[in-house]
Design a protein around this ligand. Sequence first.
Ligand SMILES: Nc1nc2c(ncn2[C@@H]2O[C@H](COP(=O)(O)OP(=O)(O)OP(=O)(O)O)[C@@H](O)[C@H]2O)c(=O)[nH]1
Length: 353
Amino acid sequence: MMGSLLDHLVEITGHRDHDLLDISVMTALLNMIGVHRARVMELFQSRGDLLIRPRVWIIDGKVQTVDEETSASEIAGEPIVNYPGLVACIAQRKNRLEEVRPDGQHALWIPIWQNDKVSTCLEIVHETSFTPQMLQVMEGILSVYRNYQSLLDYSERDSLTGLLNRKTFDEKFARMVHARPQESSHRDDGERRHHSEIKSQWLAVIDIDHFKRVNDVFGHLYGDEVLILVANVLRSSFRSQDRVFRFGGEEFVVLLRSATLADAQMVFERFRENIEQHAFPQVGQITVSVGFASISQETPVVILGHADQALYYAKDHGRNQVCQYEALLDQGHLHADRKSDSIEFFFDEPAEN
Ligand SMILES: Nc1nc2c(ncn2[C@@H]2O[C@H](COP(=O)(O)OP(=O)(O)OP(=O)(O)O)[C@@H](O)[C@H]2O)c(=O)[nH]1
């Protein structure tokens, strides 16, 4: 028992990644206390509502994570009010709450408290009541999980918005490219046309329009508030397997996993609209410009350069719009500089604005 517990603790603290950490905690719960159903859930805000969606779960004795097969409703999340036990647990600031479900199953809600906030919680379901010994082992595993998660957050996250920081970009980029589906990996690099069925990974650079004015007119505190609210809209606009970074200032980067061009265009457009329709306290309406590019076999710097070029094009042609690098090349609006591999670029029309 002790040896097995130590093995799990070594496994849990050996990861520098939240997904792997979640998986090893679920595996520890499965093996140490024989849990048959459990979920790691994330809590997030969307249009003023608090929603919840699963990130990792145990079903039929196997640990599973969100993947491309995950249903749209699971990705979108459901209102937290659907889970009154969890709502009561958080409202009463408890570390855990046990409830008996109509089917007689016992469920345990365990919010992971960090600085008075909960963004992750566990739901553990068991046929019978949890024994004191089960609770003790679980509490031990979860204390390590809690502490280790805050350490990871501290090193990986931007302190203002809680989004991933720039430092983590290369590693997350490499992992996403590694997870690339087969069909897109043998696409010719020089190929600019995307078959509508082909799924690719996408990188977007997002920049708030005229953000300097927000700071100048309302002050930096309101500017910071806008950054936090934009980060919330970002979190709720993308799937949990996508990655969202604050790259510094008012610039954000999104890595979008496995989507067709049409889907990527739709998702970024929906995000742009979400921001346009959001009422920012005092500041009112703000808009964003988005440039995105396909994650080809090029280096991250080159792909970031592509998305940046599309972003600059959007900024120079009216802002509050989404532009795609490959489409701009096809339409002749941008010209890749093959020698320096597209670090330099030219607009075909005189820039205005
Ligand atoms: N409040 C706040 N402001 C920031 C932060 N980081 C950068 N900024 C401000 O962001 C503004 C960026 O302005 P610019 O790059 O000139 O661009 P812009 O005004 O957004 O205009 P366009 O991008 O051309 O639409 C500057 O005023 C910076 O001071 C931050 O952490 N908090």
